[in-house]
Design a protein around this ligand. Structure first.
Ligand code: DUC
Ligand code: ZN
Ligand code: ZN
Length: 474
């Protein structure tokens, strides 16, 4: 077939359902042919000895997000997408966050401007609804869904973002009517505030106490409340960044009731623990691990593995929320030094997500390579209205592909990563399995850690409504 632009030859193709030896022919950025042997393409990549998988889709990423007057996020769309591609991803879905008191539409327009001409790979936007006024509920949200932002996140904590129960019910009801997928940050505002106040009064202000102020109970309580609201209105929800057994049990309980309650977890909950926030000698280095919900303990890690193996979790995302460590506008901000309460909340991880799950999951025999593909790519596409354009290797799909060396050993270090942060929480973490080449719509974006793509190569993805957001019809 001489009209093919590219042939990927000799690899083993792994999708969420199959593992097969075949070549791939690519034309105009799409997969045109899967065959035992593909010849005659303008260019050929030899993938012998490598796995050929759908490029990763990271559906939980924060880039260039407004983080208050004292703090700057460490990644914009250029560095964030570059880092994502270097970690084997071909699509990211960051958030367009509403600032309370402002129009959601105006905020989304700003995020489009931030991303325009910057991203090396395709991207969509989830919305964050922080101020559900009648205009937002009745005009802006339906219009933004129609524009391809078909999912949104709500927060049950944080002064600037928290919604009351009444507001949660109002936005859930719009989601049901419009078939939008709701993502829930489940941590209870009042319990956290109460505990944080008490800890500060006792002089317990080091980063470690961030975790103490947000125990699993507050996550479990909020998860249960969100599930109850969802049941009341018959609306599917996705509980994001689930950290341990307690919240997971609520999700299992909801499923047993037949409810459409989906769940996401992240690398920090299978590899880090609360002790990491202690830092050395209780100094500020624990701030490097401050994220919410916080990492728990080794029993929670075991629970998360059970959930990953048993299908409790549909998606494994990074929750990449990158800040600088050694910067007055980052983790070491003057305010952050006074109390854990003010330490910028989030960690970088878009580049390390796939190697960590492969290494800890597939290489250690906990999950199969097909489950890895489902958790890192296919299920994200299905959940968020991108399937089958994205998330699989099939004729007609975008040629979004990662070539993966399952045996390659790498030590995760800041110096090999491509993100904007000045540190990685996984410094020195050894992995087996690493991306060798990331191909997005038929173009090589990253090869052996070297960036070949350009800002602006990535396009905005107008996503379909999620089939998973259909109500039960109760
Ligand atoms: N929630 C997120 O999803 N990311 C970072 C911080 C947070 O609370
Ligand atoms: Zn969150
Ligand atoms: Zn997040």
């Amino acid at each position: 077939m001489p009209d093919l632009d590219l042939a990927i030859r000799g690899g083993t193709v792994v999708t969420a359902s199959d593992t097969i030896r075949c070549d791939i022919g690519i034309r105009n950025g799409r997969i045109a042919l899967l065959a035992e042997a593909v010849t005659g393409a303008a260019r050929t990549i030899d993938a012998s000895g490598l796995l050929v998988m759908p490029g990763g889709i990271d559906s939980h990423v924060h880039l260039d997000q407004d983080s208050g007057p004292d703090v700057t996020m460490a990644d914009g769309f250029e560095s964030g997408s570059r880092s994502a591609a270097a970690g084997g991803n071909t699509t990211i879905i960051p958030f367009a966050m509403q600032i309370k008191g402002r129009s959601l539409r105006a905020c989304v327009t700003e995020y489009h401007a931030k991303a325009e001409g910057q991203s090396l790979i395709d991207y969509g936007f989830h919305l964050i609804v922080s101020d559900p006024t009648p205009t937002v509920l009745n005009q802006e949200l339906p219009a933004l869904f129609a524009d391809g932002c078909t999912s949104f996140k709500v927060f049950m904590t944080y002064d600037d973002l928290v919604l009351t129960d009444r507001q949660l019910l109002e936005v859930f009801s719009v989601a049901r009517r419009e078939q939008a997928l709701v993502m829930v940050h489940a941590e209870g505002y009042d319990s956290i505030k109460f505990l944080a106040d008490r800890l500060e009064q006792a002089g317990k202000t080091a980063p470690y106490y961030h975790g103490v102020s947000r125990p699993e109970i507050v996550e479990r309580e909020a998860a249960h409340r969100a599930i109850s609201h969802a049941e009341l209105l018959d609306v599917p929800i996705m509980i994001v960044h689930v950290s341990g057994r307690e919240a997971m049990e609520q999700i299992r309980w909801a499923r047993q009731r037949g409810l459409k309650v989906y769940a996401e977890t992240c690398p920090q909950y299978i590899t880090l623990t609360a002790d990491d926030m202690k830092g050395l000698n209780m100094d500020m280095s624990g701030a490097k691990y401050v994220c919410s919900p916080p990492p728990r303990d080794t029993d929670s890690q075991k629970a998360i593995w059970e959930g990953l193996k048993q299908g409790v979790f549909q998606t494994f995302s990074s929750d990449h929320c990158p800040f600088f460590y050694d910067s007055p506008r980052g983790k070491l901000s003057p305010k952050g030094r006074t109390s854990f309460r003010w330490v910028p909340n989030g960690i970088p991880g878009v580049e390390t997500r796939m190697p960590i799950l492969w290494s800890e999951g597939v290489a250690k025999g906990r999950i199969s390579a097909n489950e890895f593909v489902a958790l890192t790519s296919t299920n994200h596409a299905k959940m968020y209205g991108l399937y089958p354009q994205k998330g699989t290797i099939a004729v007609g799909a975008d040629a979004d592909i990662v070539l993966w060396d399952a045996n390659r050993k790498e030590t995760l270090r800041q110096e090999i990563l491509h993100h904007g942060s000045d540190y990685t929480p996984w410094e020195g973490f050894e992995v087996t399995g690493y991306p060798v080449m990331t191909i997005a719509r038929g173009r090589t974006v990253v090869e052996e850690g070297k960036v070949r793509g350009s800002p602006g190569d990535g396009r905005f993805l107008k996503r379909d409504k999620s089939p998973y957001a259909l109500p039960l019809g109760a």
